[in-house]
Design a binder for this molecule. Structure first.
Ligand SMILES: Cc1ncc(COP(=O)(O)O)c(C=O)c1O
Ligand SMILES: N[C@@H](CCOP(=O)(O)O)C(=O)O
Length: 549
């Protein structure tokens, strides 16, 4: 069924790529994101046939809908998946935990770095290894000297970075550079990345930046044809289609773990997703389009609320964040070739991994909205696609020029059929952490601030849509965000609460003892120079580099 599946760029061009090329290319040369040529159909008996599969087996079924066997033979795909999930601590990989009569939390953080990113990045790491080994094997057999190498460059607000590093450390033919905004990720997140001693790993703290700046530097480097082809860049962010694909699986896994009454309620099921770069929730949207019964997906944002404002107004604009005026730590982001960042200003919140305004994957949804709401929607599929790409290009151009784009009510209404959005303040986030700690029947339960944003949004949504079954995605373990959790729970109200004793796993305590290696650089130039020096074979000592401090 997947044999004819190819991938094309949201921003145009009639060219389509194989799954392998889409994964290895990451971001399309025209700045677009790769999406599948069609949404496949589920087998007619999926609800019975898949119901008792393990997570890796389920993953194999779903991924096979998108990955032709001519690209990865079925048994190879199984080995990739099995290796990827062998490092998870829970036998269900992503278990559901009940938190109310009709409410559950989907715990996505049982992988090596204690965040949901492991689900996709353990898989992507194995995928890179598989493709490179195969390509280099062919080169070797044909007696050629050269070898293919990948220079992975990624941006993180804390979680993607460590998950990518754990997925790629010591993998042959791969060097990995992870950019993060200095001082704006949690100490544990930084320690998880910077204590990894493998020689192919470079942690890059970008001075005076925010996540949007780091993401924009990554996209600029990918769009620089010469730099990209010289270094053969690879993407680990959710701009890479494989990230989204791997995340679709846990929506199905959650569905099969629900009691029969909730599954039978079918469309009365809702997923709430703490949202930043829009990757996690977009995977849920693909699950819905594939046919997983659900009503809507709830976009839960923190005070960086560009998405919530879009779902209210139809306008997509970074500049008018109301919180911007009060934010002491906002950082102006200068425009670069990507175009999504003009005028961005990101507020530092208690859920820092979601301190993002310009969400990469929103572009993927916008393509489908352009397709659905286009005025002149006649012609072949390829012609319709071309018109949607053109429309999307217009929107992205306007965003680049003005820092905002009014997508209009037709687009907003089409989006609102599948999503609604809630903005959750820092105060509400802390209150939610306290509330779940005090849960009687299903608690106590210590949740991380990102999960708390999701739960607060879910609570409001329950009022709007009663008689619904709710699953909120729990995206990180609370140990990764000590400052918010301690702020919420270290009080006279909870004298027994002790973060170190009750929340912090031994594995994370160990990090304190290890040496950290961080390269501090300033701006895009600093990043370029570091990559160039390393790739030339120079031994760059942490802390060194142009613009380094
Ligand atoms: C803990 C946590 N929760 C939620 C998110 C938001 O997910 P997404 O960027 O896929 O919307 C992130 C970062 O992406 C995260 O690290
Ligand atoms: N919250 C993320 C931001 C990067 O998002 P990605 O899903 O596109 O990799 C992080 O923790 O780094």
């Amino acid at each position: 069924m997947a044999e004819d599946m190819r991938y094309f760029s949201t921003r145009g061009g009639s060219e389509t790529l194989s799954f392998e090329d889409a994964v290895l290319t990451g971001l399309a040369p025209n700045g677009g994101l790769y999406i599948p040529t069609h949404i496949p159909s589920l087998p007619s008996d999926w609800q019975t046939r898949w119901s008792s599969l393990t997570f890796p087996q389920l993953s194999h079924e779903i991924l096979s809908l998108f990955v032709p066997t001519s690209v990865i033979p079925s048994s190879d795909l199984s080995s990739i998946i099995n290796t990827a999930y062998s490092s998870f601590r829970h036998e269900l990989t992503t278990p559901l935990r009940q938190t109310g009569e009709k409410e559950w939390v989907l715990e996505l953080w049982h992988g090596p770095t204690w965040a949901f990113k492991d689900v996709a990045l353990q898989f992507l790491g194995e995928l890179f290894r598989y493709f490179l080994e195969r390509r280099n094997g062919v080169l070797e057999k044909s007696g050629k000297e050269e070898r293919e190498e990948l220079t992975v460059v990624g941006a993180t607000s804390g979680d993607t970075g460590s998950a990518a590093i754990y997925g790629l450390r010591s993998k042959p033919s791969i060097t990995i550079f992870i950019l993060y905004p200095d001082g704006r990720i949690s100490p544990i997140q930084e320690a998880q990345m910077a204590t990894v001693p493998d020689e192919n790993v470079y942690c890059v703290a970008v001075q005076d930046s925010d996540f949007d700046t780091c993401q924009s530097i990554v996209k600029t480097l990918f769009s620089d044809k010469e730099f990209n082809s010289t270094h053969r860049l690879g993407a680990i962010n959710s701009i890479n289609w494989a990230r989204i694909l791997a995340q679709i699986v846990y929506y199905f896994s959650a569905y099969f773990q629900l009691p029969a009454e909730a599954r039978e309620a079918g469309a009365k099921l809702q997923f709430t997703v703490p949202t930043g770069n829009f990757g996690d929730i977009l995977a849920g949207w693909y699950a819905k389009k594939l046919g997983l019964p659900m009503e809507q997906l709830v976009v839960a944002t923190n005070e960086n609320d560009i998405l919530e404002r879009f779902f209210r107004t139809g306008r997509y604009e970074a500049e008018e964040t109301p919180s911007q005026a009060q934010a002491p730590e906002t950082a102006a982001v200068n425009g670069s070739s990507d175009g999504q960042q003009a005028g961005s200003a990101v507020k530092a919140t208690h859920s820092p991994a979601m301190d993002i305004l310009l969400s990469s994957n929103f572009e993927r949804l916008l393509f489908y909205l352009a397709l659905e709401t286009g005025e002149e929607n006649s012609g072949s599929d390829v012609e319709k696609r071309g018109k949607a790409q053109e429309r999307l290009n217009g929107w992205m151009g306007e965003l680049k020029k003005n820092g905002k784009v009014d997508l209009g009510s037709a687009v907003r209404d089409a989006a609102a059929r599948d999503f609604w959005a809630e903005r959750v303040s820092d105060q509400e986030t802390l209150a939610e952490i306290r509330k779940y700690y005090k849960l009687e029947k299903y608690g106590p339960y210590v949740v991380d601030p990102h999960t708390a944003v999701g739960l607060a949004a879910q609570e409001r949504s329950v009022k709007k849509s009663p008689n619904t079954y709710w699953v909120t995605l729990s995206t990180a373990h609370p140990a990764k965000f000590s400052s918010a959790v301690e702020l919420a729970l270290s009080s006279d109200e909870f004298p027994e609460f002790n973060f170190r004793e009750t929340v912090l796993p031994d594995q994370l305590k160990e990090l304190e003892k290890l040496e950290k290696r961080v390269h501090k650089v300033r701006g895009e130039e600093g990043v370029r120079e570091l990559i160039e020096r390393v790739k030339k074979g120079e031994k760059v000592v942490p802390g060194e580099g142009k613009g380094s401090i």
